[in-house]
Design a protein. Structure first.
Length: 286
């Protein structure tokens, strides 16, 4: 078993805790927050997990018993946390869009997780789209001029840190698209939808192409292969709109249904990034 700690007791931190408890490889030894009455710390205590309201200080205090820290706070807070954690040589999986660590996507570059102390999971929109963007870029190469992704999530599933970090979310995801596709011209849009009943997470991906006589059959084959790989760690990830050329754009649409570990299954935005983070942590431990 490998010992992990969660820093941050909000929605992402709570969902991570449920997923870690299901793992046969990871053991959560601490959930650290700022308020003992917060939902996350109360739930963790009921499940027999050690808790603390001392935040990063409690991580430092217990450093000898922690192999990996999941930072589920905010992009701004992570800057301070990393300044402290890098001094004590603890590996960090950063769930915030801080843009500090090395961006990891399980289907693209999970092997890089062994080489870096600070791993950044980019964003839920990034985890739901960039593996497909990377695949499509390999097929189409220089035929892509511009990429745009639009992620819609239920507003109920977006906690305070997500709302505070929307600008960072957009900038970090756009930077990751550029890095993993080589396409500098791209745009990221996030919609917090207050609909009732809540909507499932959906991400549309569109590409402005230089030519349109592309091999759609080959493209679909590669896309479905990537979908299958992602479904190994998140079964609720599905393609609901096959790649098509519409008005000079290549368009596809994915839907993410969560496992329902903490929030209901509509909150796929938590699951896509948290399931990817657990996959990375388990890979490191193996």
């Amino acid at each position: 078993m490998i010992n992990v700690a969660i820093l941050g007791s909000g929605k992402i931190g709570i969902d991570l805790l449920y997923k870690i408890k299901r793992s046969s490889i990871l053991s959560c030894v601490l959930l650290a927050g700022r308020n003992l009455k917060s939902e996350g710390l109360v739930l963790a205590k009921k499940q027999g997990i050690d808790i603390s309201d001392k935040g990063i200080d409690s991580i430092i205090k217990n450093k000898n018993n922690i192999d990996i820290v999941f930072d589920a706070t905010s992009a701004l807070d992570h800057i301070t946390h990393w300044d402290l954690l890098k001094k004590i040589d603890i590996k960090v999986i950063d769930m915030t869009p801080s843009k500090i660590g090395h961006s990891i996507f399980p289907t693209i570059n999970i092997d890089q997780a062994l080489k870096h102390k600070n791993i950044n999971m980019v964003s839920c929109g990034g985890q739901s789209s960039i593996p497909l963007i990377h695949t499509i870029k390999k097929v189409l190469g220089a035929d892509i001029k511009y990429i745009e992704i639009v992620s819609s999530i239920s507003s109920i599933s977006a906690g305070p840190a997500t709302r505070i970090n929307i600008d960072e979310y957009i900038h970090n995801t756009e930077a990751a698209i550029s890095k993993f596709s080589g396409i500098k011209k791209n745009k990221v849009i996030l919609i917090l939808n207050p609909a009732d009943p809540p909507i499932h997470m959906q991400t549309s991906i569109s590409f402005l192409l230089k030519r349109h006589d592309i091999d759609l059959n080959l493209l679909k084959k590669e896309v479905h292969s990537t979908i299958k790989s992602i479904r190994k760690y998140l079964p609720g990830y599905e393609l609901i709109y096959d790649p098509k050329i519409i008005e000079k754009r290549l368009i596809l649409l994915v839907k993410v249904t969560g496992n329902g570990d903490y929030l209901p299954k509509f909150a796929g935005n938590l699951d896509i990034i948290n399931a990817a983070a657990i996959e990375v942590a388990e890979y490191i431990s193996k």
